[in-house]
Design a protein around this ligand. Structure first.
Ligand SMILES: [Zn+2]
Length: 424
């Protein structure tokens, strides 16, 4: 027999079972993609939740009904000189805590009692899994990933492009240092927050922001390298490509721990057709002369959208270089370690970007790729070799650049015939 409970009653039940607050782990049902590719109401454990009704815990807290507006003409935003002031200027209404309702079954497992609770619980679960992946597999310290706000179904307006609130997205938004799960409008398939790969990709943007950008709302390299007038923005083009590609790589590695298994198609199940195929990491992607030229000499206003193409070439090269669980773990750690390292013999992306603030062309794809290689432990000789071959082949990088420096690629690195060479 299934007993219907309001959220308050569910909390009361948990309270009488002897703890003053939500006891973890909490057994709940969430929409999880099973091995046959279908989403099913699976029993899962939330290990970090401290309030099952407000769905708040170590990893995230939800805020419903917020109003967030980005408008370059907003005097309050223009006047903001700190990240905190900018955040206050953009969040016009903070909103309120959410209230989840459950039905407890005889075994005490909580079943979401309405649509939003299914969506909220699944979102919490997906973020918790992403956080678990980063803090265990990728070895990012828990202190670096404190509780983050998720604005749930906010009114989010990007006023410079449209007064119409944004829809159909789940995103990390650096200026408010939070995630947003937006209302749906046209997405007919799995809502984005239900899609574990998409949420892991978004969580990866948070990790990148914290390590590469020091957690800044407006990162210094982005501010320094964004220029108008059609001038080349090679550094900006590269760092945006890294952010997207490495987020897809992490989403892939994290998926290998899921009931669905390794997922090379981050957007699959929420989108279909070209957008999914264009980011499929199992395909053989190669840097073209046209794309490379645009990355070097295009302004981001023109390059925008291509960061996914460059990112996919990078991520698929890393996926192809790592064939086992052990390889994937070593490489995921190397990527996360390469985000920031103050050792001048093998600077991380943070330090490479910082040193190139006034000369963005110095922040090159080759220098960033070399940093990743340098963070693969020296003992992993075969993996390092395979990563080097894949990077120089698929991204068309110079072997000299990748083999310069401590723990970099072996000078014996060669290209493979996976991609036709393009003129240097
Ligand atoms: Zn992204």
């Amino acid at each position: 027999m299934v007993r219907k409970l309001t959220a308050a009653a569910a909390l009361a039940t948990l309270a009488v079972s002897c703890a003053p607050e939500t006891q973890t782990p909490v057994k709940v049902r969430a929409l999880v993609r099973s091995s046959d590719g279908q989403y099913a109401p699976l029993e899962v454990e939330l290990k970090t939740v401290t309030d099952i009704v407000a769905l708040e815990g170590t990893v995230i807290r939800f805020q419903g009904g917020a109003n967030i507006r980005l408008d370059s003409r907003d005097p309050e935003a223009q006047a903001a000189t700190t990240d905190e002031a900018l955040e206050r200027a953009l969040v016009k209404e903070e909103g309120h805590r959410v209230t989840a309702s459950y039905i407890a079954d005889e075994a005490g497992v909580l079943w979401p009692a309405d649509f939003h609770t299914w969506n909220l619980v699944t979102t919490y679960y997906n973020f918790e899994r992403a956080w678990d992946y980063f803090t265990t597999t990728a070895e990012v310290k828990k202190e670096e990933l404190p509780q983050t706000t998720v604005y749930y179904f906010p009114e989010f307006v990007l006023a410079d492009s449209s007064e119409k609130p944004q829809r159909d997205n789940a995103l990390f938004f650096a200026p408010t240092r939070s995630f947003m799960v937006l209302p749906f409008e046209t997405v007919q398939k799995a809502p984005l927050a239900i899609n574990a790969s998409i949420l892991t990709h978004e969580y990866a943007h948070l990790v990148f922001n914290r390590r590469v950008y020091d957690g800044r709302g407006i990162p210094e390299p982005i501010a320094a390298w964004t220029i108008g007038g059609g001038s080349p923005t090679p550094g900006l083009n590269v760092i945006k490509s890294l952010d997207e590609g490495l987020a897809d790589f992490h989403a892939y590695v994290a998926s290998c721990r899921s009931s669905f298994g390794c997922n090379t198609r981050v957007l699959d199940s929420s989108f279909e057709g070209r957008p999914v195929e264009d980011r499929d990491l199992s395909q053989n992607w190669c840097m073209s002369k046209e794309l490379r030229d645009l990355m070097f000499s295009g302004n981001f206003s023109v390059f925008s959208g291509r960061e996914y193409q460059v990112g996919t070439i990078l991520a698929s090269a890393l996926v192809k270089a790592s064939g086992s669980d052990a390889d994937r773990q070593v490489l995921a750690r190397a990527v996360a370690a390469a985000y920031s390292d103050t050792n001048p013999l093998k600077y991380g992306l943070n330090q490479l970007a910082r040193n190139a603030l006034n000369r963005q062309e110095d922040f090159s794809l080759g220098a960033a790729a070399r940093s990743i290689v340098q963070h693969i432990p020296a003992g992993n000789v075969d993996l390092k070799q395979r990563v080097c071959t894949r990077l120089v082949t698929h991204l068309q990088l110079s072997i000299e650049e990748l083999s310069a420096g401590q723990d970099a690629c072996p000078q014996s690195t060669t290209t493979s015939d996976a991609c036709p060479p393009i003129a240097q």
